[in-house]
Every structure is written in structure tokens, then in C-alpha cells.
Design a protein. Structure first.
Lengths: 469, 469
């Protein structure tokens, strides 16, 4: 498929659907909607449209099928796998006008437009005493529709699960233009094939999500947050599995290599932390609940586990301010690394106990191919973000050698019974590694599913599935 | 499709695959494998095979595709929607020899054969200090493969979720004979379309599950169980949503109508309970955790909610014996009803707050069509089992009028944003109600998915999808 220019007649028809003020073809707007947070890519759509509702999206999809023009759904553009990039041009469909947030207190549910900002949704729930746990680092600007499309996770997944565990029902505009519901607004459902879970994590390739029904929990009133410095990075990874084996399920269990902390501290002005030279890594550990005494008891259990390892003095965050500072430090690592160098971010995931083996393997592969990596992430889930730094590496090496190293990293994760992506999705940048996780039969099933939903292959083409199967 | 007789040559080939002692064509065995717990149906397969492993199952599927003979996977035969019935004869494939249970303490995971008995798995996990929460009433004899196929729930789903929330990865023999893995052994996964969740709840129509990787939790050490008698059944339903709004998430929250308790008590010899004549319904409520003081505090919060309603004296189960007796009473209701009369069991589910409206509607519909119903179930999930009693109703009414009433009940659940089945599946007996929950487009997508996996429509045909779409 080549990059697409839209026929003038089609543009006029699009304008009829969305109205003149919601169609944009100027370079500035196209460039703005041409990128997400994936490396330094920019693939501008030929036009940007901002429909008002599912009905308009349905009409756009029907039109796009007539002209065989690609459509790319665009949310908060915080993605890290290039899911929102208009790699073949065409129509960039921003859902931004569908941003309603309704909290249904009676049923502990929320009804959301796809463009609702995750943090705003969390805060709206909290105001009613309710809790939406999934908590991606980009929550201040990512959209809930994007979270569903990528099956986003975040720091609290270790106790509370990922986005998929909260989605009860979706309204979706199919690539062929029909508007369907995927399920029911119920906590349990054994009624036909699970179209809801097929849509979650499908990265905007099987349908455009126009409404989301989410499950909510009663909110927790208290938490305890501690930062544990380790003199050996691998021991920090080992300690992760040991905490669970002691019977504690923390609400967050984050790993940061020394560089991740250092780069984060340099990036932020107002966070102070003294880290001894010998410290190689930190665990950031949170427990939450409604009873402070219990949380201190759980924290003590965790400390008993920590003391089996070679650690420095533990920092307890005593105030909300300290807690916010530590979370800000953790959330900002990706941005800090990005500000430092061109980089590629891999979203490796393995069974929790295999984390030390993964970390060791990543470093060995880096040495072999001559790249440095900064590693951090959701250790409680076995989800390690590997940021591969370009630094002063030659463009030739970056382009030809590093992908071989990435391939070896993924081969390692799969050999450990893990996979390519824990929460970022495959999108554009990882698709040609999919053969490591799946063979031709599995990929063929996925391709056939795509064909059922999108016979003309116009909805977000060129994503997830490898170029050659 | 007509009932199938197998060619002699094919039987010889099947015998070659599984060995002579694992192929059965005698009437007794065929009848034994011809039923599950669905009403009084018996559809014997033409032959029963008991393969030893995925490889043999793969060869059976390849052979069945050559001869175009239906294959029905058979687990514990405790299903309530007829998923395991060989409605077109053919090969009844019992997975019973694949019953291994391996607990992976290091990763808090289990690796299971599909025929592992759910309760035996739960107990094996508990021995290692781990917890598998899904807890169908039939756990003593149902298999974990059947639980995955039907997306089984049970009493603890209200806090801990259903089977789908624990399945990390599956090994599956596809209808065409290939053996695939659906995902990875990780807690998070955003790598391609979610084949794992597509397989869960697909009722043995998309593949034969040969291995299951399950997530486990650290076990809880304590629980508190109470039985609350209500003078008005609808108030018991209203109290359910009120408990959550008070910020408590019980580990079980079960509703039983007066008749359910009475029939259960008559069925069991050794359970004593004095229930005042005026009591119309009970809630059985459990909270669990590791800290007894907290559980008593949670129980008190629940009591404060209960006192807003018209209740009789609450019974706290003080001993393990009392707890077991109350759970036995609850688990035995379906069997007790069955011993009393021919009945049909509907597995209605709605958003939690709509439960009183559902109960009232079911009773009104019953009056209109002249049937009595016994209602009970997992009220915390909005999942109400409606047992429709034949009693002394004429066969003609049972066959022609009751289905109209059932249709109205499902129309009611869907109008309340609920659906047909919360945890039993659609199988054989509900398939022709599917048009109430889904329109032609949705059903067409499901049928097309079935076609991708099973082009010859030989794996468990005639289930889930309606006869006419």
C-alpha cells in the first residue's frame, strides 16, 4: 500500500459528514496528528477529521470502504509502539470530541467516551468514592480509548490487573461501518465468543471504540510507599518474587536501574534523593487498603523479605508530597531518557521469577551488539521496559546491528515463557518481531480475524501483523 | 447435520491412534458420556475415545476432518447448557486422561491438564499456600478445562473474578489438528489479538484445550460468614448494591429465595436451620483476608447496611463445621431442585443494581405463563439463577408456553443492560435465544470466527450460534 492522497470528491463528502470546521488538511495539523510518543516517527495523515459521534464515524468508515482509503484512529498520541501513526497517509480520525465521563455509582461502573483522559476519569471516580486502578505513566494525557486499544497496564497492575480486566462492554464502529455492542454491562458474561476481549488490545485494527463501560472498585483510603536501594541490580529482581512468596500482594512494585533514577533526578528540578555510589537499583513498593495498621504490618513483612538481600537504608515516604515526588520520579523515567538520547523502548515481559535472568540477558546482549540500555518497569508483573540508547552509536549500527540485538532479547523473553509486549502493544515498530512469539498458524488465525472485521484492510493497516507471514 | 454413524475404517484408524483400550462403542459407555447436568438430555456419541495427549487429539482432529465427522470434547459433564452433548453423534472425546496438576510456586502459577478436577486443583494450590478463587458449585466433579470452556464463575467471583481472569495461556488443538499456544505465561500481554480470551468461554467449539496456565494468588488465612434472613425478597436484592456502596467488597454474596433454602434443607440430612415462616429470602455473605480484626470491622460495616432493611436475626457461622454446612446448603440448591421436579435453569445476569427489578420481572413473567420459579445465585455479580419448575404443568405448556416466558425473561435482562448467561454458557439449550442479545452483524462475526477455526464445522457443531442467523 502506498501513501494515499484523497480524491477531492471524497474530501467534500467527508466535510459533509463532520462539518467544515472538523476537517483539517493544513500541514501543521497533519504533522501534529502524525506522531505519537514512538521514537521520533512522524507519519502525517492526508486529512484529519474530528467526528462528533459514532454515527459520523460509521459514515466515515462506509465512505473509506468505497474509496479504499486507510483510516487511523487517533487518541492521546502517547503510544509507544506507533499504533496511531498514519503510515500510509489517509484519514487520521481523532476521537477527541467523544470525551464524556459518566460515573454510575449505583452499579460501580463508568460510561466513557474513548477520548476521556485517564487521569480525569480516575479523579471523577475518586470524587464519588470509587477507584479505577489501571494507571499508565502517561495518565495525564493518554485517553481511555487508547488504553483499551493497547490493553495498557501501569504501576498498579500487579495487584489490580490491566485495562482488559475492567472493560465490561464496548460500543464499536466496525471497519465496515456497522455500530455494534461487544457484550453486556455485567461483571460476568458467558454469552457467545468474547468480542469485547478480542477488541481490547487490538490496537485500533478491528474497530473504532466509541463508548466504553468500565468496572469500578470502592476506593482505598490509605497506602504506604517505600523506596528500597539495592547494591546489586539482580538482587532487586530476585526480591520481587520473594515478596509474593511471603504472602503479600503489593499495589505497586516497580524496578528502576541506577541510570533510570539518575536520569530522572537530572530531568526533574524539585526532587531530591541521595543515592550512594554503590547502589545499582531501586524497588519502589506500595501497599494499599483501608486500615493503616494492616498496611504497616504488610510493610513489615516486606521489610523482613528485603533484609535477606544486600540493601541500603529504606526510605519511607511520610507525606503526600514525598509520595508524589517518588511517583513523579518513576513516571518521568521514559521522558528523561528520551530527552537524553534517541532510543528504542522494548516492553519485555516474562513470568515474575524469570526477571533476574531477563535483566542479565539484556545486559549481555547489549554488550554483544554494543548498546547501552536503561531498564526499569513493573517488576511485580515481570514487565521490564528496556530503553536502548543510541548515544554516540553510528547510524549504521543503530539501523542494522541493534535490531539483531532486539531480536535476541525477544527470543530470550519467549524462551523464558514470556512475550514481546506487556502493555505497549506491537503496532508499527514491533510487528516484524511477531514471528518470534507466534508461528504461521497463529499469525494466520490473527490475519483471518482481521479479514473478517476489515475485508478491505483499511482500518489502521500495517500494524500488529508482520509484513510477511 | 444428521446423527452420524462412523465408517468401520475410521473406527479402526481411531483405534490405531488411541489404542484399543481407549476406544468404546458399547451402549453403556456411550450413554454415560451422552449427558451432562442439563435437564434430562442424553445424546450419546457414536464412539467414545480417551486420548492420552495433545498429539493424539491432533491426529483425531485430522482424521475427523477427512471423514467430516463431528467431535465433541467432554470434561466433567457437569455443564448446565448442554455444551458436552453429542447432539449429532460422532466422536465423544473425553479429556479425562489429561488431568495433571503442577503448582509453580516460584511464579504463583499452575500448569494443568484440562481434566484436573477444580477442587483438587484448589486443594493442591492451598497446600503450597496459594489460592485459586473461582469456585463453581460443582467444583468437586467439574474439570478445569470445562471451567475454561464455559468461563465458569461461582461464589467468589464477586471479589476475585471468573475463570477468564486467571487464564494466562492455553495449549489448544485446533479443529484442523494443529497444536498452538494462545499466548504467554505472563500476567500482562499486549502482543497480537487475544486468542487466549477468544478461546475462554468458546464452549469447546474453537479448539480442544490440552493445557492451561493459571495465575494464582497468595492464600487468605481467615474469613467470616454470615446468613442474613430478609422478610422481603426484593429488599435482599436491594441490600446487595448497598453493601458495595458502603465500600465493602465481600468475597461472596449469595442470594437464596425461601424455596431454595427449604428445598436444600429437605434434600440434606445433616443441616439444621430454623427459618421463620415470614422470611422470604436470605443473603449468605462472606468476607475474607488475613487479619481477623479487619474482617470483623468489615462485617460490622455490612451489618450497618443490613439494619436499614427489614431483616430477622443474623446467623454468624462460628465454626468451620457451621461454615461448611451453610456452603453445602448453598451449593446443593440446584441438585435439590432437580430432585424435586423436571426444571429448566436460566443463568440471567444484569448490572448489580438492577437485581430487584429482575427478580420482580421474573415472578411477573412466571405468573403470566403459569410457571413457578426458584431463584438463587451470585447476587454480588447480578447473576441470578432462575430455576423454572415443571411440577404438574402439562407437557404441552412446558414445551410451547415456557419458552415464550424464557424469551421474555431474557428480553428483560437485555433491556436492563444484562445478558443471557453469566457463567453457564449458551451451549445447546440457549442458542436459539441468542438473537435477543446480538443482532445479525454480531452473530455473523461470531459465525465467521467459527469458520476460520473450524472450516468443516466438525468441532462441537450446533452449539452457541442459533440455528438461523
Amino acid at each position: 500500500m502506498d501513501t494515499t492522497t484523497l480524491p477531492q470528491q471524497m474530501i467534500a463528502q467527508l466535510e459533509n459528514i463532520v462539518g467544515q470546521s472538523f476537517l483539517f488538511s493544513d500541514t501543521a495539523t497533519r504533522t501534529h496528528y502524525g506522531h505519537d510518543e514512538t521514537e521520533d516517527y512522524n507519519f502525517p495523515p492526508s486529512v484529519v477529521v474530528k467526528p462528533a459521534n459514532a454515527q459520523e464515524i460509521s459514515e466515515i468508515m462506509k465512505l473509506a470502504n468505497i474509496y479504499k482509503i486507510p483510516v487511523v484512529p487517533i487518541g492521546g498520541r502517547t503510544g509507544l509502539s506507533g499504533g496511531a501513526l498514519s503510515i500510509y497517509g489517509g484519514i487520521g480520525l481523532s476521537t477527541e470530541r467523544l470525551n464524556s465521563i459518566t460515573i454510575d455509582e449505583k452499579n460501580l461502573q463508568a460510561i466513557l467516551g474513548p477520548a476521556a483522559i485517564t487521569q480525569q476519569f480516575q479523579e471523577a471516580a475518586l470524587e464519588k468514592g470509587l477507584f479505577y486502578p489501571p494507571d499508565p505513566s502517561s495518565r495525564g494525557s493518554c485517553t481511555i480509548g487508547g488504553n483499551v486499544a493497547e490493553n495498557a497496564g501501569g504501576a498498579r497492575a500487579v495487584k489490580y490487573g490491566v485495562t482488559k480486566d475492567y472493560v465490561l462492554n464496548l460500543e464499536v464502529v466496525l471497519p465496515t461501518g456497522e455500530i455494534i455492542r461487544t457484550g453486556a454491562n455485567t461483571l460476568k458474561n458467558s454469552t457467545g465468543y468474547n468480542l469485547t476481549q478480542l477488541m481490547v488490545g487490538s490496537e485500533g485494527t478491528l474497530g473504532i471504540i466509541t463508548q466504553i463501560v468500565m468496572k469500578l472498585l470502592p476506593k482505598n483510603t490509605h497506602n504506604v510507599l517505600m523506596l528500597v536501594p539495592f547494591f546489586k541490580a539482580e538482587q532487586a529482581c530476585e526480591a520481587v518474587a520473594a515478596i509474593f512468596r511471603a504472602g503479600v500482594v503489593p499495589s505497586a512494585l516497580e524496578f528502576m536501574e541506577r541510570d533510570a533514577i539518575d536520569w530522572g533526578l537530572r530531568f526533574l528540578d524539585n526532587v531530591n534523593l541521595n543515592v550512594k555510589d554503590e547502589v545499582q537499583a531501586h524497588l519502589l513498593i506500595e501497599v494499599d487498603g483501608n486500615y493503616p495498621d494492616i498496611l504497616f504490618a504488610e510493610a513489615e513483612k516486606i521489610m523482613n523479605v528485603m533484609e535477606q538481600f544486600d540493601i541500603d537504608e529504606v526510605l519511607y515516604a511520610d507525606t503526600e508530597e514525598q509520595k508524589n515526588a517518588l511517583w513523579k520520579l518513576r513516571r518521568t523515567v521514559a521522558e528523561a531518557v528520551k530527552s537524553n538520547s534517541i532510543y528504542k523502548e522494548e516492553d519485555t515481559v516474562v513470568p515474575r521469577y524469570e526477571l533476574p535472568t531477563l535483566l542479565k540477558g539484556v545486559k549481555a546482549i547489549g554488550e554483544k551488539y554494543g548498546f547501552k540500555s536503561v531498564c526499569y518497569g513493573h517488576a511485580g508483573d515481570g514487565n521490564l521496559h528496556v530503553n536502548i540508547i543510541k548515544g554516540d552509536m553510528s547510524d549504521d549500527n543503530w539501523k542494522n546491528e541493534v535490531p539483531k540485538g532486539i531480536r535476541e532479547i525477544f527470543e530470550l523473553t519467549v524462551s523464558l515463557k514470556g512475550t514481546l509486549s506487556g502493555e505497549h502493544g506491537i503496532g508499527y515498530v514491533q510487528k516484524n518481531y511477531m514471528d518470534i512469539a507466534f508461528d504461521k498458524k497463529q499469525l494466520g488465525l490473527m490475519k483471518a480475524i482481521k479479514g473478517i472485521f476489515d475485508p478491505n484492510n483499511i482500518l489502521n493497516p500495517g500494524k500488529i501483523l508482520p509484513d510477511v507471514i
